[in-house]
Design a protein around this ligand. Structure first.
Ligand SMILES: *Cc1c(COP(=O)(O)O)cnc(C)c1O
Length: 429
């Protein structure tokens, strides 16, 4: 007898039989039963078997799986942004010393390792890690300015993708928004006046990650916000650690120009910086608050820090990433490897996959960073819209349509997956 039948005695035997007949889809039995029920409820019993199989296969495909990102968007928000899975421990099922100090055997802090290494890598006194950059900003504001004013330029009251709107975040943090200047022009004196009026706890500078202002504009740099008597928090967003990119032998790629980095923003006088783990940092989803030790400690002591803390998978993965940065080993960071691989290498790979389809393409950083920046790239270009067919394979290949052609961009594809592309092209013919 099977346990499920006894646990769910009301189920007609045909549902159970139907569910068992599609067991090869690999789903656990309760999900097969759901698929069978849906198929039976959906009409003609004679082809319920095929419908159940289709439903089960669709459900299996809708699970979180690895995909080949052939879009040329390096930080693709729908594909998990940066490609990183450096989790230490080599697969053995072990506990970790997440909150134990191995010297004393006493309780330790989960914030002692990856955050400390990241602080070291960007020249900060101290750092903590939370769930993402949105929560980093929220925590910093709540911990340092709840019930008081936070002064910010009107030109920086931005919306970052996914509904992250600075005015709303400030409201949720319980701080009073003190906006100064105008949309296109803000000066240091605007901040001085607002702070002089009293009740202001800090100055906030937000990188306009996903848009640009040109023309009759004037912005206040972080360096211009120092010496005003309140701490300066700079939300730089993307998590570039150092504009010099010392982890890459060839130095920074030219398209990175103008992107703020944690180290230089702190050197310019920011008391804290906040940034994402999965944009230009190239790691897992996380948010980092780095800077003055007393301010970081205040953030860590706030009740929200407990609610926003990351788990061992993220902290372990960030630790590996920070060690790679400290070792100046950009090759160990897939994002940087993909971002900087020479276009000639991509051309050779494209020609090896299919010389008839090989063509030059254009990749982009993505992830709400560096708007307008294009990175020369190469890949395979097919006539027509073939993206749904490519997406239907295993593993799914995610391509893009440009001007009536399907573009498979190799800049965002790991070389090991070139074989997958070859097979996918064979399959769709
Ligand atoms: C992307 C971004 C955020 C939000 O970061 P998440 O890690 O997605 O929460 C906040 N601020 C700036 C300036 C950003 O660019």
């Amino acid at each position: 007898m099977n346990d499920d039948a006894t646990a769910d005695g009301m189920r007609p035997p045909s549902i159970d039989r139907l569910a068992r007949s599609i067991a090869d889809t690999g789903l656990p039995h309760p999900l097969l039963v759901d698929a069978a029920r849906a198929a039976v409820a959906d009409g003609d019993p004679s082809d319920a078997g095929q419908r159940a199989r289709t439903i089960a296969e669709a459900r299996a495909r809708s699970l979180l799986v690895g995909v080949v990102n052939a879009t040329g968007v390096l930080l693709h928000t729908n594909l998990g942004r940066a490609p990183w899975e450096g989790v230490p421990g080599t697969g053995a099922t072990r506990y970790s010393n997440l909150e134990m100090d191995l010297d004393t055997g006493l309780r330790g802090s989960r914030q002692d390792r990856a955050p400390r290494l990241l602080a070291r890598a960007c020249g900060a006194e101290s750092a903590i890690v939370v769930n993402n950059c949105a929560s980093a900003v929220m925590l910093a504001l709540a911990a340092l300015a709840a019930g008081r004013g936070v002064v910010i330029s009107r030109g920086e009251l931005v919306e970052i993708g996914g509904g992250f709107r600075i005015p709303e975040v400030m409201e949720q943090s319980g701080v009073r928004l003190v906006e100064v200047g105008t949309t296109n022009r803000t000066r240091r004196s605007d901040f001085e006046t607002a702070i002089g009026d009293g009740g202001v706890a800090l100055a906030l500078s937000v990188h306009r990650s996903n848009y640009r202002m040109t023309g009759f504009t004037e912005t206040v740099q972080v360096a211009d916000l120092t010496g005003l008597g309140v701490p300066v928090v700079a939300d730089i967003g993307s998590g570039l650690l150092d504009t010099a990119c010392p982890w890459m032998d060839a130095g920074p790629p030219s398209w990175l120009e103008g992107e703020p980095a944690a180290r230089q923003t702190l050197e310019a006088g920011a008391d804290l910086v906040t940034f994402s783990g999965d944009k230009l940092l190239g790691g897992p989803q996380a948010g980092i608050i780095a800077g003055r030790a007393d301010l970081v400690a205040a953030c860590a002591a706030h009740p929200l820090a407990r609610a926003l803390r990351p788990g061992s998978l993220v902290l372990g993965s960030l630790q590996e990433l920070a060690l790679a940065y400290l070792a100046r080993d950009g090759d160990a960071i897939p994002f940087w490897r993909m971002a900087t691989v020479p276009v000639d290498t991509l051309r050779e790979r494209a020609a090896a996959i299919d010389p008839d389809l090989a063509a030059d393409t254009t990749a982009v950083p993505g992830g709400g960073t560096l708007p307008g920046v294009e990175i020369p790239s190469a890949g395979l270009v097919l006539p027509g819209d073939r993206v749904a067919e490519l997406r239907a394979g295993t593993p799914p290949v995610i391509a893009r349509v440009t001007d009536g052609t399907t573009v498979i961009d190799l800049r965002t594809v790991h070389p090991d997956d070139d074989d997958v592309l070859r097979a996918a092209l064979d399959r769709i013919g």
